[in-house]
Design a binder for this molecule. Structure first.
Ligand code: HEM
Length: 347
């Protein structure tokens, strides 16, 4: 069977695909940064608890429900843009994953509920109960992340979709050697950004120990992630790997720029400068998201080029979207302002 026959036809786009690709990359960067801060700080908190000090976990636990809400909200945006440009791949991989994919909703509910209960009832629970609740919530997040890596990689390999016709009902992308390092790359990145989040918390509260703990996790996890990144790079098909090593100028330029970002964030990290480290982290995660975009383009190139999707040039929906975006950003700015004012009054 020719796998190309399994790919649904692309629907026409109202405006050029580049709009959706840019919005996809930008919103995905925000999604991943919030996800990293949430999962990473929760993981560091539980490690500290296991080592006998649960104060950090309690402090971080106060931040997890809002961080989770932001992660989920910032996940919806890239999901929509992904479906616009690559829906004929992403819908298929979601359906093929079946129950594994739907299980995300259950996992999200469990994790969300767990973090809420921890935040508001931490003092009413026994040590074992609260740590179990926290641990289960982290496992839920790991499940969600793992399923997303499976989906975003399964959508790239239509030749693997044939497993469905061999009787596989609901399967993951486990044949792909790039899937484990890709997932690990995101998880180790979470420890780094989670550490940075703790350091920022320390800076805000003038709590030196948190800056030390946070920056240590930030730098050490980033160094470890350099190794995971090399594993990831050599696990992707050779012709695609070579695109990042000179065969494609934009991909190579993005890759070099992102490595420069890593050097800068590490330098800020070792100098214990959470502010500078944050700026370089945002730049680097954005550039890594661009690398990831090139990767998707190269994987899909035998099957599909997004530039070939017909465009109808109907700008009405774009103007509506931009209008709501501006109003939405102003509303979010206003709400954040209220939040911080309320926080200052309590402090
Ligand atoms: C709260 C727990 C979540 C975690 C830990 C998480 C983690 C991740 C990770 C690790 C990836 C990267 C996968 C890869 O490229 O290998 C990812 C991508 C993505 N996530 Fe999330 N996510 C979470 C929630 C959500 C939710 C609730 C949504 C949607 C409503 C969402 C939407 C997306 C989308 C659309 C992508 C892929 C974007 C693209 O391919 O360009 N995520 N997420």
């Amino acid at each position: 069977m020719d796998p190309a026959t399994l790919i649904p036809l692309a629907d026409p786009l109202p405006i050029h695909s580049a709009w959706f690709d840019v919005l996809l990359i930008v919103t995905f960067t925000a999604h991943i940064l919030f996800m990293n801060a949430m999962l990473g700080s929760a993981a560091i908190g539980i490690v500290k608890t296991i080592r006998g000090n649960d104060q950090l976990n309690r402090d971080v636990g106060q931040k997890l429900p809002p961080l989770m809400a932001l992660t989920i909200n910032m996940g919806v945006a890239p999901l929509l843009f992904l479906q616009v440009n690559y829906g004929q791949f992403d819908y298929v991989s979601s359906v093929l994953m079946g129950g594994w994919w739907l299980g995300i909703i259950v996992a999200l509910l469990i994790s969300y509920y767990g973090f809420y209960a921890y935040k508001f009832r931490v003092d009413n629970m026994g040590k074992a109960t609260r740590n179990l609740l926290f641990g289960v919530s982290i496992i839920g997040l790991l499940y969600v992340g793992f399923m997303l890596t499976n989906n975003t990689t399964l959508m790239l390999v239509p030749h693997e979709w044939k497993q469905y016709f061999d009787g596989a009902k609901g399967f993951l992308n486990l044949n792909d050697p790039a899937m484990p390092p890709r997932f690990l790359h995101f998880m180790v990145g979470s420890l780094a950004i989670g550490g940075l989040f703790i350091a920022l918390l320390g800076q805000w509260r003038k709590h030196n120990e948190y800056i030390t703990i946070g920056m240590r996790w930030f730098t050490h996890a980033t160094l470890a992630n350099l190794l995971v990144g090399v594993w990831f790079l050599i696990s992707i098909p050779r012709d695609i790997m070579l695109k990042f090593m000179g065969d494609s100028t934009p991909a190579t330029a993005t890759f070099i720029a992102s490595l420069f970002g890593v050097v800068m964030l590490l330098s800020a990290g070792f100098r214990r400068k959470p502010g500078a480290a944050t700026i370089w982290s945002i730049i680097t995660v954005f550039l890594m998201a661009c690398n990831r975009h090139w990767l998707r383009t190269f994987y899909l190139s035998p099957w599909f080029r997004v530039e070939d999707t017909p465009v109808t040039n109907q700008f009405g929906s774009l103007f509506l979207f931009l209008g709501f975006l501006v109003v939405g950003l102003v509303a979010i700015g206003y709400m954040l302002n209220l939040y911080f004012k309320a926080y200052d009054r309590r402090a």
